[in-house]
Design a protein around this ligand. Structure first.
Ligand SMILES: C[S@@+](CC[C@H](N)C(=O)[O-])C[C@H]1O[C@@H](n2cnc3c(N)ncnc32)[C@H](O)[C@@H]1O
Length: 296
């Protein structure tokens, strides 16, 4: 993939646009997923260039999916996160991917077969198996980038803490986490009590620093608006990452073309270059912006 992250967003989408490979399953997604994939593609190239002088660097895809997307609104076929990382240049020494679903694991293995021993795809539950697998495949003294991309509230805070503690010595592993803002918000009704299973899930999802219940109570009493509550939930998650030792934590909204919020991507790094590059990528990578889609 060409190096310059200042290229127009649409060019990054072109880099990851493929044809249907006939392998099943594929992941069906909406067009705002183009923003997530564009951000990932753009950042990984820059990350590789920043790490190159230090030697080998590693990619971990905790909830990897099947490796190919079908975008409903545009009919595009786009690479999933593990193939994006494997095609990124300069190359990662090793990409470790995990998914709980056997069909995704088998499809992803077929899709990335060409990359040989540079890729490892494991079937497992990221909340119980990922930290151990990283101990086996990702050296603790090398830079690593970890994508934690759940569908909803299934990523446990303890998992985030565990992967954050993986790298020892110099700097921490960089994290890009999907925080399912809308999904979380739906679990926190204003007119009714929180269902018990949701309460348990939220306690496992949020860091202790989040004070999510306080935010919910302020929302229920009308003290804060729905939009302010969403901001507070994300801010609580950010506080947890800061408490885990990250110097820089950046949230980025992902919105539907009609402007409504879907989720946040939260980036955590303690390298000043990582922060600078991701700030730039978050600010400029909008392939789903209606203006930019004119150039499709
Ligand atoms: C949003 S998709 C990932 C998409 C992928 N990162 C991409 O961009 O191509 C989330 C994936 O997480 C998987 N998953 C859900 N819970 C999991 C868990 N506890 N451990 C590992 N994978 C899980 C699902 O099977 C699904 O494939």
């Amino acid at each position: 993939m060409p190096p310059n992250r200042r290229r127009p967003s649409q060019e990054f989408i072109k880099d990851i646009t493929v044809v249907d490979d006939g392998i099943r399953p594929v992941r069906h997604a909406h067009d705002w997923t183009r923003d997530k994939l564009g951000i990932l593609t753009s950042y990984l190239g820059a990350y590789g260039r920043a790490c190159q002088r230090a030697g080998e660097f590693y990619f971990v895809d905790a909830m990897a999916g099947p490796g190919l997307y079908r975008i409903e609104e545009t009919g595009e076929w786009l690479l999933g996160s593990t193939p994006i990382a494997l095609k990124s240049a300069p190359p990662f020494a090793q990409c470790l991917a995990m998914d709980v679903d056997e069909r995704n694991v088998l499809a992803l293995r077929r899709r990335i077969d060409q990359f040989g021993p540079r890729a490892t795809v494991l079937q497992g539950d990221a909340n119980s198996d990922l930290v151990g697998a990283m101990g086996e495949f990702v050296p603790r003294n090398r830079p690593s980038f970890i994508l934690l991309d759940p569908e909803g509230a299934e990523l446990h805070w303890e998992t985030v803490r565990g992967v954050a503690a993986h790298r020892q010595g110099a700097l921490k592993s960089e994290l890009l986490i999907l925080f399912a803002t809308e999904g979380v918000n739906r679990m926190l009704p204003v007119e009714a009590d929180i269902e018990l299973h949701n309460e348990m899930a939220l306690n496992i999802l949020f860091p202790p620093q989040s004070r999510w219940r306080e935010t919910w109570q302020r929302r229920r009493s009308g003290e804060i608006s729905p939009a302010e509550a969403r901001v507070e939930y994300v801010a609580g998650y950010v506080r947890g990452l800061e408490a885990a030792g990250y110097a820089s934590v950046l949230p980025r909204e992902i919105r539907r073309p009609n402007g409504s919020l879907v989720y946040h991507l939260i980036f955590a790094s303690d390298h000043p270059a990582g922060e600078r590059i991701m700030r730039d990528v978050f600010g400029t990578m909008n392939p789903n912006d209606p203006q930019q889609r004119l150039f499709l």
